[in-house]
Every structure is written in structure tokens, then in C-alpha cells.
Design a protein around this ligand. Structure first.
Ligand code: SAH
Ligand code: SF4
Ligand code: F3S
Length: 483
């Protein structure tokens, strides 16, 4: 296929952001042309989403665009007229997964050469990855990035009209677009919803690719966020999760340090049943946020507070802007105000030259904090990030051994904590039929514990009392009790 390169991403441009340029706000282009509507009628699409909640939300917006053309969604790509991959670049295996999937998509393409295969998301923000796709998968029709999903209609139309491939990836953005459908259109769930409060990341942790793939930190206006939450509530949504790479930096671009606490309070005051947020950055956390959590019963007593490492030496090399001691102070301040809060974290094992002592400090920190859950990752060098070039003499075997030891400790802590639930009654918001057993319905308690009960799909969207009968490491089994 002939491909037109409109713009290619550039990590250097993404890193050298110009904070002197103010953020501008614009209404997104959401109306399809009659050409696209007649093309889309009777056609099907399949979206494969990888990565974090930011990608899930972007895919929801793109799903909204495709549904508005009258297209129908299907789960697998076999036979779909349009296949969209929304990719994640956080670790090498996430990226490699895309290439495997593209091999499979090729079979669909060969059966019907009119199939549009599109790729967006964080992997496409790397020039090398875009070039690799163009060289190895020349049936791909459309490549765009995280900063121009709202150009989707015009890009798609260009591809269709000119019968050519298009690559248009913007490196950074000073723009916030509003006006996406706020409610159900395109969203994955009819019960819980993600609400972006800010985009991008300015932290530049040395291992992380996100600041290059998601651009400069920029906060949505409070009134737009609140309008979205109110609309979701009116439509029957029971929970919103406020999203940002470091939510407690919300409003820093308007020079307001306390903006997150104030926003969180206003979201709680809308009266929506449950409010959650991810991800706070430890040293940006203001205790005002804990006070707001304490004041509002509808802000769930659960916090995901990434530590990354228990060693100050490693934290410094990661460019995390807190020490182990400061982190522990934050946890203490949190637990003083909210003794019942559940805490989870992210930890990277095998950061370049992590020593045995560094790793032991991570284990001791985990024991001290007693996390309820933790997501653990083996360091994956990402080209373009500073840590990619750091000297590393630890063998893969040692990294895997450390990973297994850490995982065993976390599982033990989580198992013990889960056992404390047995015999208790908790309130569960039911979200879906269980993946494993179609006779079970699953949901979450306020602490974000996954709970399964026997029941039918009429429970979905309800908050019900459940008596816990059995515990596993990361889930609980219970039965409904009458209110
Ligand atoms: N903004 C959030 C989440 C970022 S990505 C935060 O700051 O915590 C989610 C997690 O992926 C990170 O917390 C980190 O633990 C992990 N991660 C990021 N880059 C990684 C890399 N190169 N190798 C391994 N894990 C990584
Ligand atoms: Fe990545 Fe650090 Fe930003 Fe999180 S805060 S997205 S880990 S750079
Ligand atoms: Fe992955 Fe991009 Fe999220 S790299 S973790 S999808 S911000």
C-alpha cells in the first residue's frame, strides 16, 4: 500500500516541552460526513486495547466515533471491516504483543483487502516503531497517535477516498479538546466510568516512556469535569474514577497547588455513589486530599500509591522525587486519618544496578506498609528513556529470583488481609458476569476487593450487601444478604 507521511513522532520534541505556551481549549470535531456515514452503514469493527486506563478511555472515545457511523462492534477481528489496535509501550513485551497481533490481522486482511487496519496509542508515538510497522506490515492503512485521536474521522476519510495509507502522529500537545459524548456512547461499562481530569505527564521518571508518549501535563477545566460526572450520574452510572498519570498534580498548570483536593470534594458533592481516582504521585500528595476522603463517604477508602522501590539510592536514580522516609510519612498521615484505607502500589524489580541491599530495602518497605495488593514489574529498558543507557550488571536470573521473592511476599500479605474479610458483610457494586463462571456476578467492595456471588445479570449496577464466605488471595466469595 502507498503510504503518506503527514507527521512522524519525535521523542526529543516531546521531551522539550514549552510550558510558556498556554494550554488552549477546543470543542472536538464529532460530526461525521455523509460519506463516512454511508461507508460505515452495515460494517463492523473490532478494537483491541492494551495498557492503562488512559488507553481504555481513548478507545471508548474512538468506539463512540465508530458507533456514530452506524457500525457494529465485534469482539474478534476475524471478518471485521475495521480493526483498531490501541497500543501500550510501557514495557517491551507490551510492544511485542502488537507485532504478534498484526501477524494475525494480516490473515483477515488477505481474506478481504478492503479491511482497514489502524493503529494508535503509545507505541505509535515512537518513530522507530512506526517505521518498523511500515516496513513489516505494509497492509496497515492508518497510524495516528495519542495527541490526535480527535482527527480520527478526517484521517479515516482520507484513507478511504485516496486509497492510501496515512501516518499522522503529533509529538506533543498544548491542547485540550472537549465535547466528547459524556455518557454511555462508546463506554465499556454502563455502571462505572473513567473521567479524565488531566492528560500527559511531566515527571520524567528515568525508566518511563509515558512523558514522551502522552505529552505535556495539562488539566481539564473543573466545570467540564463536573459536567461529565453529573451527566454520568443522571444516566445511572454508580461510580466514576478520576484519571491522570499523577492526579494530585491536577491544576498545577493553572498554578493551583490544592486544586485536586478541591476538585475531588466537588466530584463527591455531585452525590454520585462512588468516587475513585488513579494515580496519585506520593510527593505531590497534600494531606488536604486525605481530609476530603475522610469527609465524604462516597470517596472509596482505597489508594493506589506507587512506590517503585524501597531504596533511596534507586529512587534517586529513578528520578522519583521522594525518599523512602517521606513515603512512609505519607502512609502514616493517611492511616491516621483513614485507618480503614486499603493501599496498593507499583514496584519495579531489577532497575539498573539494583543491589541485593536495595532489593532487601524494597522487601522491608513492603513488610512495613503491609500493602493489600501490589503490581510488580521487572524493569524493561525503553529506548529513548535515560534508564535505557544505564549500566546494568544484574543478571536476568537474579532479577527473576527477586521478582519471585517479592511476589511471594505480596501474595502472603494479600492472602492474610483477605482472610480478615471472612464472616464480614460488605457493600458490593456489581459490574459484570464473572469471566470464569457465567453463573457468578462480580463486583467490588469499597476497598476495591473483587467479590463474586452466585446470581444473575439483574444484579449488575446494583450496590448490595454481601456476606463473605471464603477468601482467596485477590478475590472473595460471598452471598447476598437482605438489606
Ligand atoms: N503514572 C503512574 C503509572 C505509570 S505506568 C505512576 O506514576 O505510578 C504503571 C507502572 O508501570 C509504573 O508505576 C511502573 O511501576 C511501571 N513501569 C513503567 N515503566 C516501566 C519500565 N520501563 N519497566 C518496568 N515497569 C515500568
Ligand atoms: Fe511514568 Fe513517572 Fe509519569 Fe508515572 S509519574 S507516568 S511512572 S514518568
Ligand atoms: Fe501504556 Fe501508554 Fe498507558 S504506554 S501504560 S498505554 S500511557
Amino acid at each position: 500500500m502507498k503510504t503518506r507521511l503527514v507527521s512522524l513522532p519525535d521523542f526529543k520534541k516531546a521531551a522539550g516541552r514549552n510550558h510558556d505556551t498556554p494550554i488552549s481549549f477546543k470543542q472536538a470535531e464529532m460530526k461525521p460526513t455523509s460519506f463516512l456515514v454511508s461507508w460505515g452503514r452495515e460494517k463492523t469493527f473490532c478494537i483491541k486495547t492494551y495498557g492503562c486506563q488512559a488507553n481504555v478511555r481513548d478507545s471508548e472515545i474512538l468506539r463512540g466515533y465508530l458507533l456514530a457511523l452506524g457500525m457494529k462492534e465485534q469482539e474478534d477481528f476475524d471478518g471485521a471491516d475495521l480493526i483498531l489496535f490501541n497500543t501500550c509501550a510501557i514495557r517491551e513485551n507490551a510492544e511485542n504483543h502488537l507485532y504478534g497481533e498484526l501477524g494475525r490481522a494480516k490473515e483477515t486482511y488477505l481474506k478481504n483487502k478492503d479491511t482497514i487496519i489502524a493503529i494508535c496509542g503509545c507505541v505509535m508515538q515512537e518513530e522507530k516503531a512506526v517505521r518498523y510497522v511500515l516496513d513489516h506490515f505494509n497492509f496497515v492503512s492508518l497510524i495516528f497517535g495519542t495527541n490526535n485521536i480527535t482527527s480520527f474521522y478526517s484521517l479515516l476519510e482520507d484513507c478511504l477516498v485516496h486509497h492510501e495509507g496515512i501516518v499522522d502522529v503529533k509529538s506533543n500537545s498544548d491542547l485540550i479538546e472537549e465535547g466528547f459524548p459524556e455518557g454511555k456512547e462508546g463506554r465499556e461499562s454502563k455502571v462505572t466510568a473513567f473521567v479524565n481530569i488531566m492528560y500527559g505527564c511531566d515527571k520524567f521518571c528515568t525508566y518511563c516512556i509515558v512523558p514522551y508518549t502522552r505529552g505535556r501535563e495539562r488539566s481539564r477545566k473543573e466545570e467540564d469535569i463536573l459536567a461529565e460526572v453529573r451527566c454520568l450520574k443522571e444516566q445511572g452510572y454508580k461510580q466514576v474514577t478520576l484519571l491522570g498519570q499523577n492526579v494530585d498534580a491536577y491544576g498545577k498548570d493553572f498554578h493551583d497547588e490544592y486544586a485536586f483536593a478541591s476538585l475531588l470534594e466537588k466530584v463527591a458533592e455531585t452525590g454520585i455513589e462512588r468516587v475513585r481516582f488513579v494515580t496519585p504521585y506520593p510527593s505531590d500528595f497534600k494531606t488536604e486530599v486525605f481530609d476530603v476522603m475522610k469527609r465524604h463517604q462516597n470517596i472509596m477508602p482505597y489508594l493506589h500509591l506507587p512506590i517503585q522501590s524501597g531504596s533511596n539510592r534507586v529512587l534517586k536514580r529513578m528520578n522519583r522525587r521522594y525518599t523512602r522516609e517521606e513515603y512512609l510519612e505519607i502512609v502514616k498521615a493517611l492511616r491516621e486519618r483513614l485507618p480503614d484505607v486499603f493501599l496498593s502500589t507499583d514496584i519495579i524489580v531489577g532497575f539498573p544496578d539494583e543491589s541485593d541491599e536495595d532489593f532487601e530495602e524494597t522487601l522491608s518497605l513492603v513488610r512495613e506498609v503491609k500493602y493489600d495488593a501490589a503490581y510488580t514489574f521487572i524493569f524493561s529498558p525503553r529506548p529513548g528513556t535515560p534508564a535505557y543507557h544505564m549500566k546494568d550488571s544484574t543478571s536476568d536470573q537474579v532479577k527473576h529470583e527477586r521478582f519471585d521473592r517479592l511476589k511471594a511476599l505480596i501474595d502472603e500479605l494479600a492472602t492474610n488481609r483477605a482472610k480478615e474479610f471472612v464472616g464480614k458483610t460488605v457493600e458490593v457494586l456489581f459490574e459484570k458476569v464473572s469471566d470464569r463462571n457465567k453463573e457468578m456476578i462480580s463486583g467490588y467492595d469499597p476497598h476495591n476487593k473483587l467479590v463474586h456471588v452466585r446470581g444473575d445479570s439483574s444484579l449488575i449496577g446494583q450496590i448490595r450487601k454481601v456476606k463473605i464466605l471464603e477468601s482467596r488471595t485477590y478475590s472473595l466469595l460471598g452471598e447476598l444478604v437482605d438489606d
